[in-house]
Ligand binder design. Structure first.
Ligand SMILES: Cc1cc2nc3c(=O)[nH]c(=O)nc-3n(C[C@H](O)[C@H](O)[C@H](O)COP(=O)(O)O)c2cc1C
Length: 161
């Protein structure tokens, strides 16, 4: 992770709405995430043990608007040319003005096999919502990713307070 609460991009490495209680004493607010049936992003969220809300798998399922500041964790689902990178369920979430207003940053995932479009959903959300891209990880993440994100989120929320 970089200085001042910004997480460093990591290109080499590689849970319905519900609540996961925090395992750390200090946090300002949580993560909101999407994960498809393959569940890679959900695995990262489970390992982090930070407060997290899941965007429903089906775009038709309702989700309560966010009430707390949050960082979005989003996997990339582009077509090989960068199109359609942000899952439509996440677009629905971001179309709600309350959710956008409380969005403070984005963490993106993907598969490095996609080359320059690795974790591209993060670039798209960052540009469209004008929030920092905090970190990128591959597939279900590594232990190093979990450590970096845990420490980085703590610094990030302290800086926001
Ligand atoms: C149809 C499809 C398109 C994908 N497109 C990209 C892509 O453009 N860039 C990328 O980095 N990963 C891409 N991926 C990989 C996923 O982002 C990766 O498997 C991710 O971990 C899935 O997260 P989830 O299991 O939580 O849904 C794609 C995967 C699929 C199935």
């Amino acid at each position: 992770m970089g200085e001042g609460g910004t997480l460093r991009s990591c290109c080499t490495c590689a849970p319905l709405a519900f609540y996961i209680p925090p395992n750390t004493a200090t946090f300002m607010s949580g993560l909101v995430y999407f994960s498809s049936a393959s569940g890679n992003t959900h695995q990262l969220i489970t390992r982090l043990g930070l407060p997290a809300w899941r965007i429903p798998k089906r775009a038709s399922e309702r989700m309560e608007p966010q009430r707390e500041p949050s960082v979005l964790v989003v996997p990339t689902y582009a077509d090989g040319k960068g199109r359609g990178a942000v899952p439509k369920q996440v677009i629905c979430f971001l179309n709600e003005p309350e959710n956008r207003a409380l969005l403070k940053g984005v963490i993106a995932s993907g598969n490095t096999n996609f080359g320059r479009f690795f974790a591209y959903a993060g670039d798209v959300v960052s540009a469209k919502c004008k929030v920092p891209l905090l970190y990128r990880f591959e597939l279900s993440s590594t232990e190093a990713d979990v450590d970096r994100i845990t420490q980085g989120m703590e610094r990030f929320w302290k800086r926001q307070s």
